[in-house]
Design a protein around this ligand. Structure first.
Ligand SMILES: *[C@@H]1O[C@H](CO)[C@@H](O)[C@H](O)[C@H]1NC(C)=O
Ligand SMILES: *[C@@H]1O[C@H](CO)[C@@H](O)[C@H](O)[C@H]1NC(C)=O
Ligand SMILES: *[C@@H]1O[C@H](CO)[C@@H](O)[C@H](O)[C@H]1NC(C)=O
Length: 304
């Protein structure tokens, strides 16, 4: 009981005194840097004719590239360290081992695929940002981006993420997957020893295994607006406190049928019978069969 009110108090203080996780959607202000050079209305057809400036930060605005690959990155001036694609169309980005950039941002371009072009490691890229409701799959090929420190894929469409895909990142400090459609954040036996900040708010998660011990350096986490099971919330509370992880957010009012537990809305295991029969119907039709979708009132979608 004491542990619970402790966590509540800590959570309230943190929420009141620090920025809310919602601020991650204000990427326009957050990432737009004075001094970036916008290049506008270039297409795949006339990219080679474009007069690319020698600037450290290049912004392609309202450009149209079906695919932006290693050869095109190669064509950038050597002093360019950072590239932003904003608006327009960039459906696919392929990062090669010799791509020299430190930071790539792909914002509102309808990005579908982001991949590494080769298994050979890239030793340059440190930060990756994607904003696209069509970005639905994290490619395991990205494991070759060895130097990644920050991955920000908030407001995308990921429903599954396997921590095993992140294990090769020996410098990864920040992972933001908030406001996706994650049903499973699969930790398994993997761990990310360097991770300090993890943003998971606004997903469809029910529980996490080996949390937070799979992230021994974790300092800050967001967990609100998910579909937690109360027994999971109760189980991790002690571990979060003893590992000294700050829970940065909390739920306000819970939907009917859900209860508040240590600042997080959760449901008790009562829906498991419904969940189990839904699982049976889902098994053949869904890739993630067994991870049911819980509706507004704690009932399972698709069930009468
Ligand atoms: C590239 O092509 C687009 C579309 O045809 C055109 O609007 C733009 O002005 C061209 N840019 C250059 C630098 O040629
Ligand atoms: C989001 O992902 C789901 C699969 O998880 C897919 O069915 C849906 O079409 C995707 N949405 C968009 C806008 O691509
Ligand atoms: C949830 O319950 C309310 C009333 O209790 C009802 O009006 C609403 O339609 C229900 N929503 C769903 C998705 O079942």
């Amino acid at each position: 009981m004491a542990a619970m009110s402790n966590l509540m108090l800590k959570t309230v203080l943190i929420v009141v005194t620090s920025l809310l996780p919602q601020s991650s959607c204000r990427y326009n202000g957050k990432y737009r840097v004075l001094g970036s050079s916008p290049i506008e209305y270039i297409t795949t057809a006339n990219f080679s004719l474009a007069n690319l400036p020698n600037d450290p930060h290049l912004e392609f605005r309202r450009c149209h590239f079906t695919s932006f690959g290693p050869d095109m990155f190669e064509a950038l001036k050597p002093s360019t360290r950072r590239v932003t694609f904003r608006k327009g169309t960039v459906r696919e980005v392929l990062i090669g081992p010799t791509t020299r950039l430190e930071r790539i941002q792909v914002i509102d371009t309808g990005l579908i695929a982001l991949e590494a072009a080769s298994d050979e490691p890239n030793y340059q890229l440190k930060q990756l940002t994607v904003r696209s409701r069509k970005f639905s799959e994290w490619s395991p090929s990205l494991a070759s981006l060895w130097m990644l420190e920050e991955i920000d894929v908030a407001y995308c469409n990921l429903s599954y993420l396997n921590v095993q895909w992140l294990e090769r990142y020996n410098h990864l400090k920040m992972l933001d997957v908030s406001k996706n459609r994650l049903m499973v954040f699969d930790i398994g036996m993997s761990s990310v020893p360097t991770l300090e900040r993890l943003h998971l708010w606004g997903n469809h998660l029910k529980e996490l295994q080996r949390f937070p011990e799979a992230f021994p350096k974790l300092k800050k986490v967001t967990l609100a607006q998910n579909r937690w099971l109360c027994r999971w919330v109760a189980n991790i509370r002690g571990a979060i406190l003893s590992q000294d992880v700050e829970l940065m957010d909390m739920d306000g009012v819970c939907r009917a049928g859900w209860q508040i537990n240590g600042g997080l809305c959760c449901r008790s295991g009562e829906d498991r019978k419904a969940a189990t029969s839904q699982r049976k119907t889902n098994e053949k039709s869904s890739i993630h069969g067994g991870h049911d979708f819980i509706g507004m009132n704690g009932s399972v979608f698709g069930m009468k």
